[in-house]
Ligand binder design. Structure first.
Ligand code: S5P
Length: 267
């Protein structure tokens, strides 16, 4: 199925190249799943791609939690992700002023050279998006920024007023790929989608086929409900990588998310 058919208004109203790239990958893979690859060794990370790569559209990393990280091993890992037709998303949650964020895209991890997407808080103001985009431009690459509009963890400080400001500033910014919303609360997510409109994507962590509470204050909602409420990508971590059968689980998340997109399209 063509991306414009599956994604409807989201496809026609979104103008960021990386957003369309994502929508196309999701169609090829028939999956709206981004795996939160929260593993701390290169061997485990590579194993995850081997096991579940076919069922994912993107891979979310926390590069700074890898114990045996080397530039060479990381580069091979990114090549492997690319061969598996996956976008690479570094969940760095940048939050500093624009100029420093630009520099933080380089440094030892050199995120600008391999990440297609990064997360940022907008607490320091909208220049952070320009800083991150400048980071990619510095190496002749393009990428997209996902702004944290909501969080899934209990007690977080991103209240509705803050969310509304992030959405208002982010939805008209050309460097913004979309927003992180809370997948554990479909009603909140529907409101977020109304505020965002169709021109930007919403990606949601806090999603698990087993709904309820996770570790250390994490909360979970159902993948289908999240997509029907307006999520364009479900970010799933432990639901896949801590399962006794990761590939079977990844397949189940892919099916739930893709079927929900097709169901949403009918509405
Ligand atoms: O609000 C948030 C934002 C993010 S990006 N809540 C989150 O849990 N995340 C990330 O999603 C978090 O950093 C982790 O990598 C993933 C959720 O993992 P899980 O194991 O709880 O599914």
């Amino acid at each position: 199925m063509q991306a414009n058919e599956s994604w409807g208004r989201r496809w026609s109203e979104d103008s960021l190249a990386m957003a369309r790239t994502y929508m196309e990958v999701a169609c090829r893979k028939q999956s709206l799943v981004c795996l939160a690859a929260d593993r701390s060794t290169m061997a485990e990370l590579n194993q995850l791609i081997d096991e579940v790569g076919p069922y994912l559209a993107a891979l979310k990393t926390h590069v700074d939690l890898v114990d045996d990280w080397t530039p060479e091993a990381w580069s091979a890992f990114c090549d492997k992700a690319s061969a598996a037709d996956l976008l690479v998303f570094e969940d760095r949650k940048f939050a500093d002023i624009g100029g420093i964020s630009r520099k933080q895209m380089s440094g030892i991890y050199d995120i600008r050279s391999w990440a297609d997407l990064v997360t940022a808080h907008l607490i320091s103001g909208p220049d952070i998006v320009d800083g991150l985009q400048a980071g990619w431009s510095d190496v002749g690459r393009e990428g997209g920024v996902l702004l944290l509009a909501q969080m899934s963890s209990r007690g977080n400080l991103l209240d509705p007023e803050y969310t509304a400001k992030v959405v208002a500033l982010g939805k008209s910014h050309p460097g913004v790929f979309g927003f992180i919303g809370n997948g554990s609360r479909p009603d909140d997510l529907k409101l977020l989608r109304q505020a965002v409109g169709d021109g930007k994507l919403i990606w949601t962590p806090g999603v698990n086929l087993a709904v309820g509470d996770g570790e250390m204050g994490q909360r979970y909602g159902d993948p289908r409900e999240a997509v029907l409420a307006g999520s364009d990508c479900i970010i799933v971590g432990s639901g896949i990588h801590k399962s006794s059968n990761p590939s079977q689980q990844a397949k189940a998340y892919a099916k739930a998310s893709w079927d929900a997109l097709l169901e949403r399209k009918q509405k």
